[in-house]
Structures are given as structure tokens and as C-alpha cells.
Ligand binder design. Structure first.
Ligand SMILES: [Zn+2]
Ligand SMILES: [Zn+2]
Length: 329
């Protein structure tokens, strides 16, 4: 009988457990080609955010539909399409939301995360084809990092000809830098790490600065680091009519003071972005397909570990921004 293998996670401080299970006969079954370890997986395993257990972590991956052989990526969110949030255009906040790589393993949905040989994609998942020429390491982050970045840029007016500040040069930061630069923006990137600043220059940044030297008079400020100081810096950097998008603050942190008079007198807009709508995943894949040779996306992902080596992948450090898991190994 054909089987799937998955890495069960039982909570912080416990090892991953490899489990074998029969391949399900119903549902959209995909075979996972490569998964990458998102920053939020690292936070979960470190015990900085809660997760239902037992679970299968991993929500950035590329795979093939078993029935058709089509190469695809799919959304983190599974939405009902019917509730008031879905019908208001916010399916990522569906009242019946389920999230791939974030749910308890149960009999109804066992293969529900990316650190596995196979996954089942429930109805309400967005599935997007991936061109054969796109390397798996470049395609895998599309379903979290790249699609979120597409949603971030969708939250502001067109950036062509605008001065855009990006705080945080992790995977999201350098990806949004490449997207905004290729759309014609002048992008200034801030990060405390000089090697990250050097990386941002290779992704199209016009200039880079340390967090103590943030510019003023920018049209758009995109906060992707989650640092409270960077949130305040983004708000302070805006010109009259400026737009700030906060997307990095995805774990609890201290409150950030806001000067309401400055917001009022300077006609500022501040928007929060978390996850993304279906069209953003499509935009993520097409951006990567058309720009992965111009910007060094493939270098951001380390050589893969096997499914039985998740502890090593989670402990790995190094220049790469993402560790990868090849479940066939
Ligand atoms: Zn993620
Ligand atoms: Zn819904």
C-alpha cells in the first residue's frame, strides 16, 4: 500500500517524529518536491508563538498534483468563500479559516503541512501552477513570503517613480525591494546587519542605511522586520501624503507611540497586512518566474536537509535566509 511520511511536531522542546500513514484516496493530493522553513516556523519551534499540537509545520513548498502531474504552489489559508469576511474580499481572515501548516493533525485532515512527502489541499485552497523552469528553491517561498510581499505592495498606490523605504532585509525585505525596484521605485533599505544591507543592493536597492540613519520624506514605508523601533522609524520617515504598511509585527511586542497630530497634519495612511488574497499568490509566482534570473533568489535558500533532519535544519545558521527540506531524501 502506498504511504506518505510526515514529520509530526508535538511542541517546543520535543523532537520531530517521523510518521508513516496510508496515502488518502480522496482530496487533492500533492507530492511535495521541496519545502522551505519560514521565520514563523522558527518562532513556533522556539516556543515564541503557540500552535495546536500534534501538527505538521511547514507552509512554504512546491509540489506536484499526484493525479495530473501539474507542478503547483498553494495558499497558506483555506477559506470558506461564503462568510462575511470572504464576501468582503478578506478571505485570508475567513470566519472558518484553516491554515496549511498551522492546524492540529486530525482524522479529517491529516496531511496538513509542508514537512511531509505529501499533502492534501482542501477546497478553499488557492492552487497556482509553477513553470518547470523556476527552481524549486525559488518557488517554495512563494506561498508565504513572496505572496505576502505582493499583498504589501497592493496596499499602497503604484510605486513607480516613488521613494520607498523598506525596513528589514530578510527574505520578505529583499523580495519587496526587488518587486518595488522592478516597478520603477527608488528603494532605500534599512537593516542593522551590514551583510543584509549588501544583499539588498543586489536585489535592486538604490541605497542602504543603518536603522539609525533612516531617511525622511519618503512616499511609502514598508515595515517587514517586526522591530518596534523600525515601526516608529517608518512612521517618522513619511512625507506628506505618505503610506506606511506594517507587515513584520507578527508576534507580541511592546506598544509603539504614535503622534496623532503628525498623522493628521501630514495626511498619513497606515495599513496592516497579514497573509494575502488568492491573486497575490498568482502575482508572486509570475514575478519570480520573470525575475529570478535578474535577482539572486536562488542564493537565499540553503542546500536541502532530508525529512529526518528537521532538527538540524531548524538549528542551522549561515548566510542563507531560508533552510530547505527535500522530503524525498
Ligand atoms: Zn510563513
Ligand atoms: Zn469565509
Amino acid at each position: 500500500m502506498p504511504t506518505a511520511r510526515y514529520a509530526r511536531w508535538d511542541g517546543a522542546g520535543r523532537p520531530f517524529e517521523l510518521v508513516e500513514t496510508p496515502l488518502p484516496s480522496d482530496g487533492l493530493l500533492v507530492e511535495i518536491e521541496l519545502a522551505t522553513v519560514c521565520g514563523s516556523d522558527l518562532h513556533t519551534v522556539a516556543g515564541h508563538r503557540s500552535a495546536p499540537t500534534p501538527t505538521i509545520l511547514g507552509h512554504e513548498q512546491v509540489g506536484r498534483v499526484v493525479a495530473t502531474g501539474e507542478r503547483v504552489v498553494w495558499s497558506v489559508t483555506v477559506s470558506c468563500g461564503q462568510c462575511r469576511r470572504c464576501t468582503a474580499g478578506r478571505p485570508q481572515k475567513c470566519l472558518l479559516l484553516r491554515k496549511f501548516g498551522h492546524e492540529r493533525i486530525d482524522a479529517d485532515w491529516t496531511l496538513n503541512g509542508g514537512f511531509a512527502t505529501h499533502a492534501v489541499l482542501p477546497p478553499g485552497t488557492t492552487v497556482v501552477p509553477v513553470p518547470a523552469a523556476l527552481p524549486a528553491a525559488v518557488a517554495a517561498p512563494a506561498s508565504c513570503a513572496t505572496a505576502t510581499v505582493a499583498a504589501v505592495l497592493d496596499a499602497v498606490p503604484p510605486v513607480a517613480g516613488r521613494r520607498v523605504l523598506v525596513t528589514g532585509a530578510g527574505l520578505l525585505g529583499v523580495t519587496v525591494t526587488a518587486m518595488a525596484a522592478s516597478a520603477g521605485a527608488e528603494v532605500i533599505v534599512s537593516d542593522p546587519d551590514p551583510s543584509r544591507r549588501a544583499l539588498a543592493l543586489r536585489f535592486g536597492a538604490a541605497s542602504v542605511v543603518a536603522p539609525s540613519d533612516l531617511p525622511t520624506g519618503v512616499d511609502v514605508a514598508l515595515e517587514l522586520s517586526g522591530s518596534p523601533a523600525a515601526v516608529a522609524g517608518c512612521l517618522d520617515s513619511l512625507d506628506v501624503g505618505g503610506h506606511a504598511v506594517l507587515a513584520g509585527s507578527v508576534f507580541p511586542g511592546p506598544a509603539v507611540p504614535v503622534d496623532p497630530e503628525r498623522v493628521v497634519r501630514n495626511l498619513l495612511t497606515v495599513t496592516g497586512v497579514h497573509n494575502y488574497r488568492p491573486e497575490h499568490l498568482g502575482r508572486a509566482v509570475s514575478f519570480l518566474a520573470s525575475h529570478h534570473e535578474r535577482y539572486p533568489f536562488a542564493e537565499l535558500v540553503a542546500a536541502p536537509f532530508g525529512l529526518s533532519e528537521l532538527e538540524r535544519a531548524f538549528a542551522a545558521t549561515g548566510p542563507a535566509l531560508r533552510q530547505a527540506i527535500d522530503p524525498s531524501r
